[in-house]
Design a protein. Structure first.
Length: 761
């Protein structure tokens, strides 16, 4: 069981905090926060995310790191957060890391933060992206990156093998007019026979025959061989020149990543890291030349570089693709320059190489400039036409007619083509061996990773099923699991009326899908957190109806009573339900936000409607007392209807948690008819009293057009509401009597309060 908890949070000029904000949680007390949107409550989660994860995901995604600092903060006020914990994760994180440490991502591999705005992300991600998210959350990024790197290497070697095979086949075909074999022994026999036909002494070995020096000796015996040899070498050089293939759209997309401000800082820090790794310490900063402590500078550079590298996979991938494209374009030009040089030493006539377009393209890619699709297409077309012109000139040369060549020239031609073929065979053999070994290593890595991930998913699925079933009891939804799908995919699956549905979107509502995402989050935290013993849930119940909000509140309070929970919500009903189940938690309300002053807070007393009403009574404020009493009555009746399963008439366009008080009273009155005589009488008497209170005291003050109520009437109404709430709530465990409800009977969590009879033991 992980034990690290948050003790205190201090923020300075951070997000919605212009000056400072402090939150004290003692030794790790759970926290429940109520606040409307834009009141600043999410700053609590932001501070912890920045400190523990090394950044705020929303801001990193949009490239808005400057939004970490409050725009109205005084210049002298630094932006930083100080987190106190019960373990090793405490410390400070500064925006300007020359004043203090920058973000370092201290909590990598642990699951602790779930936001409402990203709640459905995991459910809706593709199978491959689910895999990446799991790898990140579970600290498997290194393993997965090794597999991806090995896969990329294996794919590259397979491509090289394919190219080598094509080249070998091409040279083999060029030998057909002279020899139709495909082995070294066959080539050796063909060379010996050609030597006899040419009247020259047979070479000592195949290697001797294919050495350029022996070919040169033969050329002296027949002047026409020079022309044949030159043309043959042109043909070979042209065959080895790659086609100009560059994806303009992919290139330009990669440039957007490379030109991101992150890339400049990353490049600078990489260079700085190399400079600072020398044994001799530098006494001044390489940029500003100011005196600096070498170890401090090196540590700061290394720490920031580590943080950037964790967020720069896309940049690294784009840089790798860019470098490959540059090499390809340079080779395409370089190989054709070789052809031009060989042609200049022959009698062939060919068009001029379209150098202007090619050199401009090379310059653009070397400088990593944006490419125009039409321009690149013109260059590719021009180069392809030039290649075809050279090929036609070679084929039209008299030496192309092998049957008309002298025996000596035929032998020289056999040696030239045989040498190219044999080198291609050796290249294919090496490429085949490399590809085979890479594929074998990739298979082993994939199998090991698959085994590891399978064990992880198996561990997750058990608590996942338990949690999801607790959120959706008696709904014929069972066995929620996360399963592998293919080599690098994950998908959610669920049993729906005895049938497995994968993915579950076709049978689950948005609320059910979001609760499934919450179940995944909680199961991962339970299973894999080794250090962090706190969970933050930031506005995660927006799509939940009242019943499922109550189930979530009960699950969080009961299942995670040994964890520290920090729950931020704008939903008052969810807040009140959770507060009643966990009276020992610290409870605050963010009432509003001001640019200069930041969040305005109230203690719990202002969020409990009954306590608020009593405070208004004590202050002699009749309107506020009546309004709070009416609100307390609405919440008590609504929770009672939902908890006890009291049926309410269907009203199109109305949610169950948006009912009028009279509807709730009628629903509970009908429900009481199925209970024992004593309980039925108690509930019905209470409903009669509430109807009278509404008419005499609560509605007049809630509606400006009606008469004012007397304080005594409001006080009596408040006492009846408080008595009704106490009657339904256990004084020992603070849970309602419908906590363990079967439809006809129920009890509180500890069993001290039961229905029927609805009296304490």
């Amino acid at each position: 069981m992980p034990t690290e908890r948050v003790g205190a949070i201090h923020m300075s000029a951070f997000r919605g905090i212009r000056e400072t904000f402090d939150l004290d949680l003692g030794d790790g007390r759970s926290l429940l926060v109520l606040g409307r949107n834009a009141t600043g409550k999410s700053s609590i989660a932001d501070a912890l995310e920045w400190h523990l994860n090394g950044g705020i995901e929303l801001l990193q995604h949009e490239g808005r790191q400057q939004d970490l600092r409050h725009t109205g903060a005084a210049e002298a006020t630094p932006t930083f957060v100080r987190i106190s914990t019960t373990g090793a994760l405490d410390g400070e994180t500064w925006l300007d890391n020359t004043l203090g440490p920058g973000p370092s991502g201290r909590a990598a591999g642990e699951t602790w933060l779930l936001r409402g705005r990203t709640l459905s992300d995991f459910v809706n991600l593709t199978k491959g992206d689910k895999w990446k998210r799991f790898a990140s959350l579970l600290g498997l990024e290194g393993v997965d990156q090794l597999r991806l790197d090995m896969q990329a290497t294996s794919n590259k070697l397979e491509e090289e093998l394919h190219t080598a095979r094509e080249q070998r086949a091409r040279y083999e075909m060029s030998l057909r007019p002279l020899w139709e074999g495909d082995t070294d022994d066959g080539l050796w026999d063909a060379i010996k026979n050609a030597s006899h036909m040419a009247g020259v002494e047979e070479p000592a070995s195949l290697d001797h025959a294919l050495a350029p020096s022996w070919s040169s000796e033969l050329a002296a015996k027949d002047p026409t061989s020079d022309r044949t040899t030159a043309v043959e070498r042109i043909a070979i050089a042209l065959a080895e020149a790659p086609e100009l293939a560059i994806d303009t759209e992919a290139w330009n997309a990669g440039l957007e990543i490379l030109h991101h401000p992150l890339s400049a800082e990353l490049s600078l820090l990489k260079a700085a890291d190399i400079v600072l790794s020398v044994p001799e310490p530098v006494g001044t900063c390489p940029l500003c030349q100011q005196p600096v402590d070498h170890e401090v500078l090196a540590a700061n550079v290394a720490e920031r570089l580590t943080s950037l590298l964790e967020d720069s996979k896309a940049w690294e991938g784009a840089a790798s693709q860019s470098a490959a494209a540059i090499r390809h374009v340079e080779e395409a030009l370089g190989r054709r320059q070789i052809v031009v040089d060989l042609v200049s030493k022959s009698t062939l006539t060919i068009p001029d190489l379209p150098l202007e377009g090619l050199t401009r393209l090379v310059e653009l890619v070397q400088q990593r400039r944006e490419l125009d699709e039409a321009d690149v297409a013109d260059i590719q077309t021009g180069l392809a036409e030039w290649d075809e012109a050279v090929r036609s000139a070679v084929e039209a040369d008299p030496s192309a007619d092998v049957d008309k060549l002298s025996p000596v020239v035929r032998l020289v031609l056999l040696l030239e083509r045989g040498r190219a073929w044999r080198e291609a065979v050796v290249g294919e053999s090496r490429a085949s061996l490399a590809a085979e070994r890479a594929a074998s290593i990739f298979k082993v890595i994939s199998e090991k990773q698959s085994q590891l991930v399978g064990e992880i998913l198996s561990a997750i699925s058990a608590p996942l099923a338990e949690i999801y079933s607790a959120l959706h009891p008696d709904e014929s939804l069972d066995s929620a699991v996360v399963e592998q799908w293919g080599e690098k995919g994950l998908e959610l699956a669920i049993e729906f009326y005895g049938q497995k549905r994968r993915p579950p979107h076709g049978v689950l509502s948005e609320s059910h899908l979001n609760s499934l995402a919450i179940a995944v989050f909680l199961a991962m935290a339970e299973t894999f957190n080794e250090e962090i013993g706190f969970l933050i849930l930031d506005d995660v119940v927006s799509s939940f109806d009242l019943e499922h909000r109550g189930k979530l509140a009960e699950l969080l309070v009961e299942r995670y009573e040994d964890w520290q929970l920090i729950i931020l919500t704008h939903d008052r009903l969810f807040f009140e339900r959770t507060r009643r189940l966990a009276p020992g938690w610290k409870t605050i309300e963010f009432t509003s936000w001001d640019f200069d002053d930041g969040p305005r807070l109230s203690s719990y007393i202002t969020t409990d409607q009954i306590a608020r009403a009593r405070a208004a009574v004590d202050a002699g404020n009749v309107p506020n007392a009546a309004t709070s009493t009416r609100r307390a009555l609405e919440e008590a009746l609504l929770e009672g209807c939902e908890g006890l399963g009291a049926s309410l008439p269907f009203r199109r366009g109305y949610r169950n948690d948006q009912r009028e008080v009279q509807e709730l009273i009628a629903g509970l009155r009908r429900f009481a008819g199925s209970l024992d005589t004593s309980t039925r009488g108690t509930i019905r008497d209470a409903m009669v009293g509430f109807e009278a209170d509404l008419q005499a005291a609560l509605n007049p003050e809630a509606h400006a057009s009606q008469d004012w109520a007397a304080m005594a009437e409001v006080r009596d109404a408040l006492d009846r509401v408080a008595t009704f709430v106490d009657w339904l709530t256990c004084g020992h465990c603070s849970s309602p009597v419908w906590r363990n409800w079967t439809g006809t009977a129920g009890s509180c969590r500890c069993g001290s309060l039961r229905i029927p009879p609805l009296t304490p033991d």
